[in-house]
Design a protein around this ligand. Structure first.
Ligand code: SF4
Ligand code: SF4
Length: 65
């Protein structure tokens, strides 16, 4: 059974730098220039938390249940 994964993006903390969407190995996060990332295809997320670890503004939280 696939684990339950949730991704929370705090748009107030996000500075729209694009690091998270660029680094995600599964292209789960998409992002328009000047906008916060959007979780586009959560079903492909492997819960690696790279986005959370690399976000310089602590704006992403990945929860794996
Ligand atoms: S890495 Fe963090 S600050 Fe940068 S776009 Fe992603 S959520 Fe926003
Ligand atoms: S946890 Fe990993 S696979 Fe999921 S969105 Fe973040 S970087 Fe992408």
């Amino acid at each position: 059974m696939k684990k339950g994964i949730s991704i929370f993006i705090n748009e107030k903390l996000c500075k729209q730098c694009g690091i998270c969407s660029a680094l995600c190995p599964k292209k789960v996060l998409t992002q328009e220039v000047g906008c916060p990332p959007v979780v586009a295809n959560l079903e492909d997320c492997i819960g690696c938390a790279l986005c959370q670890m690399r976000c310089p503004d602590f704006a992403i939280e990945v929860e794996v249940k």
